[in-house]
Design a protein around this ligand. Structure first.
Ligand SMILES: O=P(O)(O)OC[C@@H](O)[C@@H](O)c1c[nH]c2ccccc12
Length: 263
């Protein structure tokens, strides 16, 4: 919790907002993945580390393929924890969130999963297939260890549902900009997104970050004022897939630049 709150507060004090970067753990394999995350950490303010899973139902083709590459390289929950442990050897400040589907967490054992994650330096969890109604117990366990459960809100979330999400979530809410799956999009519905995020922040009083479809600095600049942070996944994962590290660095630079105030 501490690392997450500090991240928001220290950036806000500078007139910036966090750039939250997603990549799938162990893509293309666990050892190359350490180097890739090291590059991501040069620009990202917060990491979202995806736990490889055979049936990533909220993900579009780009991230689905990343899960396949990771699994065929032998990734599993234990190796994801080892990866985070390695990242924590050189990155002590920036928050690391785990993005994982519920099944592997259930199989590993919920409580042991949360404890082991905390031990390697994880700060929070995004479990997209765990709705707030079913996630209360998980959220309570996570909060009791001073970590942050992050729940998703979508354009279709009613006020009542948003209120519920606000109650169970930890430091912030993740607003999914489109009802659908992850993946780059040409244009986003900026006005609707900003209006909806204002509604969510009003109801819950929680910081709300936006993700799904963001792949360019322009996307961030167009809606800069309202969200409290910006998540980018598929655009990053596509460059990892191509092994295009120069392109990846250029993209990260552009995105981070866009999160520095509305000048
Ligand atoms: O890939 P995009 O469209 O840039 O969206 C972010 C996203 O990748 C990341 O937050 C994420 C990856 N898998 C998810 C599953 C559910 C919710 C969020 C995610």
């Amino acid at each position: 919790m501490e690392r997450i709150r500090n991240c928001f507060e220290s950036l806000e004090a500078k007139g910036e907002k966090p750039l939250i970067v997603y990549a799938t753990a162990c893509d293309p394999d666990c050892s190359k993945s350490v180097e890739i995350f090291r590059l991501l950490l040069e620009y990202a303010d917060m990491l979202e580390v995806g736990m490889p899973f055979s049936d990533p139902l909220a993900d579009g083709p780009t991230i689905q393929k990343a899960h396949e590459r990771a699994l065929s390289s032998g990734a599993n929950t234990k190796r994801v924890f080892e990866l985070v442990e390695k990242l924590r050897e050189f990155e002590r400040e920036k928050p690391i969130l785990l993005m994982g589907y519920y099944n592997p967490i259930f199989v590993y054992g919920e409580e042991k999963f949360i404890r082991d994650a905390k031990a390697v330096g994880v700060d929070g969890f995004i479990v997209p297939d765990l709705p707030p109604e079913e996630g209360e117990d998980f959220a309570r366990k996570v909060k009791s260890l001073k970590l942050s459960p992050v729940f998703l809100a979508a354009p279709t979330s009613t006020d009542e549902r948003v209120r519920k999400i606000g109650e169970v979530t930890g430091e912030f809410i993740y607003y999914v900009s489109v009802t659908g799956i992850t993946g780059e999009r040409e244009r986003l519905a900026y006005e609707e997104i900003e209006r909806d995020i204002r509604r969510i922040k009003e109801i819950t009083g929680k910081r709300t970050v936006v993700g799904f479809g963001i792949s360019r600095g322009e996307h961030i600049r167009e809606m800069y004022n309202t969200p409290d942070g910006f998540v980018v996944g598929s655009a990053v994962v596509r460059r990892i897939e191509k092994g295009d590290m120069d392109g990846l660095r250029a993209l990260l630079k552009e995105l981070k630049e866009a999160t520095k105030s509305s000048i």
